[in-house]
Design a protein around this ligand. Structure first.
Ligand SMILES: *Cc1c(COP(=O)(O)O)cnc(C)c1O
Length: 311
């Protein structure tokens, strides 16, 4: 696979106030600051998915997500950057106002349509045919950028982090986990180290979530000629706070507290992962004094368009 030229590395920042408050050494891998398309883990995935496809002659994409999907925004912006046509199927009703990610996707020039969730597959197939009919060569990208290249991007990101740590590896890495692609890549990338990767679910229950991570990990293993079948996974579902996109008072309190220490989190993804981190430190599951790296996967637009925060 090609190496990415578009977005560079993301910084690692030490948070001293939060470290002192929690009794750990807390650093943050800021994928939310990845350059090029509004940041976040979707940019990291797409920076492998799209150049690899461009080499094979693709010049358009068809993809899907919710109206506040970080993936649709990153796909629209990266398409604009590469001169691709972007066709985006949003699997919910058209909102009255275009905010956040949807607004950016529209500004970037994506062709956006709306349908019911159960009609997505058909709408995507139709869009593929339509674009081919216009003489384009469209790439079909699954929602969330869930694919081998996406997992590979995070396998390579593990290497990026290890170089940045200069020998001082964290004991724990905590991150928000959805489709499993990010976690699969990180777990594979940190094999052979003592780092424990803890994925915090934003949607799936533990058994379903672990099985999607496992599938992604096996696919990556086949590509890398590595056997990950004996690797144990930590996919935790205790901080879903009612389910995907739902919030709790505790979650809101965590987001407000972190923001006062200059760490911006969002209610859909990173806020839940950070709440989990706080609880695991409080319970001793992550012992005091540990080196903990919070892998920040993005989500600022989710914060800025959240009815729980926008007043
Ligand atoms: C999509 C997303 C995730 C989940 O990533 P997966 O690779 O699907 O597990 C986490 N955080 C943010 C901000 C996201 O947009």
């Amino acid at each position: 696979m090609l190496s990415p030229k578009l977005c560079g590395n993301s910084p690692v920042v030490c948070y001293e106030q939060l470290s002192a408050a929690l009794g750990i050494t807390l650093s943050v891998k800021h994928d939310d600051y990845l350059a090029g398309a509004g940041g976040g883990n979707k940019v990291r995935k797409l920076q492998y998915i799209m150049p690899t496809a461009a080499q094979r002659g693709y010049n358009a994409l068809v993809t899907t997500g919710s109206a506040q999907s970080n993936h649709i925004r990153a796909a629209a912006l990266m398409a604009a950057q590469q001169g691709w046509h972007a066709r985006i199927i949003v699997h919910e009703a058209e909102p009255e106002k275009y905010l956040g990610n949807l607004l950016i996707a529209q500004l970037a020039g994506a062709e956006i349509s709306f349908c019911r969730r159960e009609d997505v597959a058909k709408a995507m197939d139709q869009a593929m045919d339509e674009l081919s009919g216009r003489g384009l060569k469209p790439l079909y990208i699954w929602g969330g950028g869930h694919c081998l290249e996406g997992a590979y991007a995070f396998y390579m990101a593990a290497d990026e982090l290890m170089k940045q740590c200069e020998g001082k590896l964290p004991d724990f890495i905590v991150h928000a986990s959805g489709t499993g692609t990010t976690q699969a890549g990180l777990v594979a990338g940190f094999q052979g180290t003592s780092i424990q990767v803890i994925g915090v679910s934003v949607a799936h229950d533990a058994s379903r979530g672990a099985s999607v991570v496992r599938d992604s990990l096996n696919q990556l293993g086949r590509h890398l000629n590595a056997d990950y079948s004996a690797v144990s996974l930590q996919f935790r579902d205790e901080w879903r706070e009612g389910g995907y996109g739902k919030v709790s008072d505790r979650l809101i309190a965590t987001i407000r507290r972190a923001a006062r220490c200059s760490l911006l989190l969002d209610p859909t993804y990173t806020g839940k992962a950070f709440l989990a981190l706080e609880d695991m430190v409080a319970s001793g599951e992550i012992p005091r004094g540990s080196r903990v790296l919070f892998w920040h996967t993005g989500g600022l637009m989710n914060l800025l368009s959240s009815p729980h925060f926008v007043s």
